[in-house]
Design a protein around this ligand. Structure first.
Ligand SMILES: Cc1cc2nc3c(=O)[nH]c(=O)nc-3n(C[C@H](O)[C@H](O)[C@H](O)COP(=O)(O)OP(=O)(O)OC[C@H]3O[C@@H](n4cnc5c(N)ncnc54)[C@H](O)[C@@H]3O)c2cc1C
Length: 293
């Protein structure tokens, strides 16, 4: 049945404190809506989880990006356009800047937020592999206070996450220690723009003295949640790159992923792509000049 807007309440709040107070006063009853790019699809399908919506769009505390010596703090209400246009993100966090640039079209980038991408929790969400590779942490806020969790621990299963009733994601914090890494990201979809990923990858690495000193590989669309590849990374760390190592990494990556057949692709195709992307990243890493060379 077609959704009727008259059946829904949308309330607003002037700031984050007021929004959190409303959530505390109405436990579990208010569904936060930021850019609405996921929720409006659910609205149109008549599957919204609540008829009472709390707008958190443009709350000043959520729509800011602060840079300190150690980290960047991106408000969860920052849009893809905010992220894409931020000079320091482009320079130090290219995996995230690129993910923002290929998430939907311009209209979607002007409304869709990082916080919404995290909580919508699609296994194919484009910004999440970048957050895994950069070891992002989330600041979660409620009327009772704030807590900080590593993003890698946030999603616990398909659409499952450690977000309590009454909590919002306030910010995404990323340490500023990756500027010497080689960055590699690819989104494999039905076409280059405006496609949901069949597989997406965000990887970072650094070689020192001919050996792999640091390596992080994160993938989307190959498991119920976006994942890092800890066993593959452990296999690579400290080793000298050669064809044998790349072949072993291909195998290790396949053992760590659980791709499925769905409307967008097949498990077989996804596995082949995972193996090829890991190899392509490692070849790029092997060819990169040493930092400050
Ligand atoms: C045409 C189109 C193309 C798209 N293309 C892509 C794509 O290429 N890649 C991709 O990854 N996604 C894509 N998306 C999905 C969507 O744009 C993103 O997931 C976006 O980041 C959602 O953000 P939002 O602010 O619009 O979320 P909303 O729809 O407002 O909310 C989504 C969920 O997040 C919750 N939420 C939002 N903010 C917070 C917060 N701060 N704290 C707690 N909960 C919160 C809401 O309650 C809701 O459950 C596309 C969507 C459309 C409509």
């Amino acid at each position: 049945m077609k959704a009727n807007p008259a059946d829904y309440d949308l309330i607003g709040a002037p700031n984050l404190g007021a929004a959190l107070a409303l959530m505390a006063e109405n436990p579990g009853a208010l569904l936060p809506i930021a850019g609405g790019t996921d929720l409006m699809v659910q609205f149109a399908a008549g599957t919204l989880a609540s008829r009472r919506l709390l707008s958190i769009w443009n709350l000043p505390e959520l729509r800011r990006i602060d840079v300190s010596a150690d980290e960047i703090r991106i408000g969860a209400g920052s849009t893809y356009t905010d992220v894409r246009r931020h000079e320091l993100i482009a320079r130090e966090f290219p995996l995230l800047a690129q993910a923002a640039a290929w998430t939907g079209g311009i209209a979607n980038q002007n409304r869709g937020t990082l916080g919404g991408n995290i909580v919508n929790a699609s296994p194919a969400a484009d910004s999440l592999p970048a957050l895994l590779a950069y070891e992002a942490e989330l600041i979660l806020a409620s009327a009772a206070g704030e807590r900080r969790v590593a993003y890698v621990d946030f999603h616990t299963g398909y659409k499952q996450m450690r977000l309590e009733a009454g909590e919002l994601i306030r910010s995404i914090c990323i340490p500023r220690r990756f500027s010497e890494c080689v960055s590699y990201t690819r989104k494999i979809g039905g076409r280059n723009a405006q496609a949901i990923s069949k597989v997406c990858v965000a990887a970072l690495g650094r070689a020192a003295g001919g050996a792999i000193a640091d390596v992080r590989i994160a993938l989307g669309s190959v498991a119920p949640i976006p994942i890092r590849l800890p066993a593959t990374e452990a296999l690579l760390r400290g080793k000298h790159m050669d064809a044998q190592l790349i072949a072993a990494a291909r195998k290790a990556a396949l053992a760590e992923t659980q791709p499925i057949d769905d409307i967008r692709s097949t498990a077989r195709y996804r596995s082949a792509v995972v193996s090829n992307l890991v190899a392509e990243f490692l070849e790029l890493l092997a060819a990169a000049p040493a930092p400050h060379a």
